[in-house]
Design a protein around this ligand. Structure first.
Ligand SMILES: [Zn+2]
Length: 409
């Protein structure tokens, strides 16, 4: 298997981010504390951005009855990628291959008026793909996926604005994560009868997505054969450390599942109408997003994503209590911070060991006596000693702003 300096599988092990165990199984990586910290930072960012953008979060189980996927069309069009059904109490249940059917049922469970639309429903939820053993590796091809997903139930007139707003969210997220869009792809149906729904619905959905891409002013390529089975989509493509292209984010227009689940809302005319479903994901699967982050940053994550944001390094044992108090204050401010005592080695070796940590605060006798710190930044910059409160405030502000800069100016 080819590897590069920034191969996320190698870095994942070296940096204690994630690993696998044959007893858990292939394609089922687990997250070590440092990796889980990165992953949770991504998830918290996404939830907060969604909250600000008017999404409401739901939570739904990772299992559903086989019948649910027969209705959604997954069983007919997607069952090769699904785990086989499990027999429980005379019923067949399956691990879900996507979140859409659960969200359609949650929408359908309550009556809706046009005044509630667009209704934006989001979930960071588990889903499962029966990937073949041969293609599994690291975090990019896994059998258990945590998906950043959302479904916007809206009128036809609202689709373009909602899809455009989703693209803007994707661009903001990439700026914060330090990711680059390689290209936008308009993924259309191909041959082979893999697709559900009437040709007229597909043409309408495609025209809407072209309008969104044109309004956003981005260049894109239309590619046949890459659509979801229920509709065309915009795929946001990234390139990994080895130059391979993958899809992270998507925006999709779906007329099919609202039909299959008989979704409705009451319009201003008092009659029942069919909503459209816009499926969108900002960072895609959390596994793939973190794999990309590891490769792009080589483990030197932006401060807001770093597993350890600040290490406090006492010059000698005499400053250890002051260093521990400083680390405690940083933790209380919400930072991931630790004091690394002289028992771990010389100051030089502790600095080298923490080379991926964005901020190192060196505390000597003078700093300990005056509640000051001399900050070293990961990029080699050394800042003059300053009051500890001021340094903590600055770091906290940069982290809260999801900045990719280590220091202002
Ligand atoms: Zn969906």
């Amino acid at each position: 298997m080819e590897t590069t300096a920034h191969d996320h599988r190698r870095l994942g092990r070296e940096l204690d981010l994630f690993d696998t165990d044959p007893l858990i199984g292939s394609g089922l990586p687990y997250w070590l504390p440092d990796g889980a910290a990165v992953r949770h930072a991504v998830e918290e960012y996404v939830r907060e951005e969604e909250r600000r953008a008017g999404y409401r979060h739901v939570a739904s189980p990772v299992l559903g009855k086989r019948e649910l996927y027969e209705i959604s069309g997954h069983w007919a069009h997607f069952s090769e990628d699904m785990f086989p059904p499990m027999e429980v109490g005379g019923e067949q249940v399956v691990l879900r291959p996507s979140l859409c059917p659960h969200h359609a049922l949650i929408y359908r469970s309550r009556g809706h008026s046009y005044r509630e639309l667009p209704l934006r429903m989001a979930e960071l939820g588990g889903m499962y793909r029966a990937e073949l053993s041969g293609v599994l590796g690291g975090l990019t091809r896994v059998r258990a996926i945590q998906l950043n997903d959302a479904h916007i139930f809206c009128t036809l007139d609202q689709v373009a604005d909602e899809a455009e707003a989703a693209l803007a969210m994707i661009r903001r997220a990439y700026a914060a994560l330090g990711l680059t869009v390689a290209r936008y792809r308009l993924s259309l149906a191909g041959g082979g009868g893999k697709y559900a729904g009437a040709p007229e619905m597909w043409r309408r959905a495609e025209a809407l997505l072209r309008e969104v891409l044109d309004r956003a002013g981005v260049r894109y390529e239309a590619v046949e054969g890459e659509a979801a089975f229920y509709g065309p989509k915009i795929d946001v493509q990234v390139v990994d450390g080895a130059g391979r292209e993958a899809t992270l984010s998507t925006v999709q227009v779906d007329f099919h599942q609202p039909e299959r689940f008989d979704l409705g809302y009451v319009g201003p005319d008092g009659a029942r109408h069919r909503p459209v479903m816009v499926h969108r994901s900002i960072v895609g699967s959390v596994e793939r997003a973190v794999a990309q982050l590891i490769e792009v940053h080589g483990g030197a994550f932006p401060a807001w994503l770093a597993p350890r944001q600040l290490v406090v390094l006492p010059v000698s044992d005499a400053e250890l209590p002051a260093a521990e108090r400083l680390a405690r204050r940083a933790v209380d401010l919400g930072l991931r911070a630790e004091a690394h005592d002289p028992g771990r080695g010389s100051l030089g070796s502790r600095i080298r060991a923490a080379r991926l940590v964005p901020y190192q605060a060196v505390v000597g006798a003078a700093e300990a006596a005056t509640d000051a710190v001399a900050l070293r930044l990961r990029d080699g910059r050394r800042l003059p000693p300053r009051p500890a409160d001021e340094a903590l405030h600055e770091i906290t502000a940069l982290v809260a702003a999801h900045s990719t800069e280590l220091w202002p100016g």
